[in-house]
Design a protein around this ligand. Structure first.
Ligand code: CAA
Length: 249
């Protein structure tokens, strides 16, 4: 099946991370015009230049996803320069792990604001345009740890589980207007974020994955392209697990 998304405009938040970059490239390969947000201009410009060398042209727009008004300005700028946003991938996220007995209020707030509040902050400015135009795809990138919980991640697991609550509610509100909202829950993917987990713990994690390895960024990106496609129009409010069988439910 050849998935074409020619002419569609896609916004991938956190586009310059490892998984985000793979998503931006896969969406561009399918024909999308792709934008991402940034907080750090220098880092984003370096990423943009690197991608350009590889033949990809991505728009970069300033916005801290924890800032509602900044997200509004970002959406406006993208729509002015690239056109109305058809595909929104809420991918920006972070971890700040620690056992609950050591977790600080700052650790909780920072992770909830970055991973969960951000989904409201960005989507609120973009979903109404999608419903007015009668087509849209919203993909919330959650995690296996939002589905099963994880020792040391009360903040992260809560934020990621919250994302799917958001998905299920909004999916009901916008479906009749041609917009689908889904959650994608990757498992442990070979990224810097996962490599920060102490090696002995990571070895235990890999031992729990029936497929016997970490996932790749390209695999996650391929799932995003499919969820963004016309062919996926009947998938709505779903939570797609992509974890090598580490957690089944
Ligand atoms: N289950 C049960 N007990 C565990 C445990 C587990 N999974 N992990 C640690 N413990 C125990 C230890 O054995 C130790 O027990 P004792 O005190 O009896 O010796 C105790 O918990 C240690 O507790 P501490 O409060 O001292 O915790 P710590 O400072 O040693 O650090 C941690 C704990 C930071 C959570 C560390 O275990 C860790 O980094 N865990 C990995 C968390 C993880 O998987 N993060 C995923 C990051 S990647 C990601 O999030 C991407 C994605 O979406 C998948």
């Amino acid at each position: 099946m050849d998935i074409r998304l020619d002419g569609k405009v896609a916004l991938v938040t956190g586009g310059y991370g490892a998984i985000g970059t793979a998503m931006c490239k896969a969406l561009a390969d399918s024909g999308c015009k792709v934008a991402s947000n940034y907080r750090n201009r220098e880092k984003a410009e370096k990423w943009q230049a690197q991608c350009r060398e590889e033949g990809y042209e991505f728009g970069i727009y300033e916005a801290d996803v924890t800032d509602f008004d900044a997200c509004g300005r970002m959406a406006e700028a993208i729509e002015k320069e690239l056109g109305p946003i058809d595909i929104l991938v809420n991918n920006a996220g972070m971890t700040w792990d620690g056992s609950f007995r050591k977790m600080t209020r700052e650790q909780w707030d920072t992770v909830i604001r970055t991973n969960l509040d951000s989904v409201f902050n960005v989507t609120r400015h973009i979903a109404p345009g999608m419903t007015e135009r009668g087509w849209g795809r919203i993909i919330n990138v959650s995690s296996i740890n939002g589905q099963k919980g994880q020792f040391g991640q009360v903040n992260y697991s809560a934020s990621k589980a919250g994302m799917h609550g958001f998905t299920m509610a909004l999916a009901q509100e916008v479906a009749r207007k041609g917009v689908t909202v889904n959650t994608l829950s990757p498992g442990y993917i070979a990224t810097e974020m996962v490599m920060k987990v102490p090696q002995n713990i990571l070895d235990q994690v890999i031992a729990q994955i029936p497929v016997g390895r970490l996932g790749t960024c390209e695999e996650v990106a391929a799932a995003v392209v499919f969820l963004a496609s016309e062919q996926a129009a009947f998938i709505n409010g779903a939570n797609i697990a992509q974890n090598g069988g580490q957690h089944m439910h």
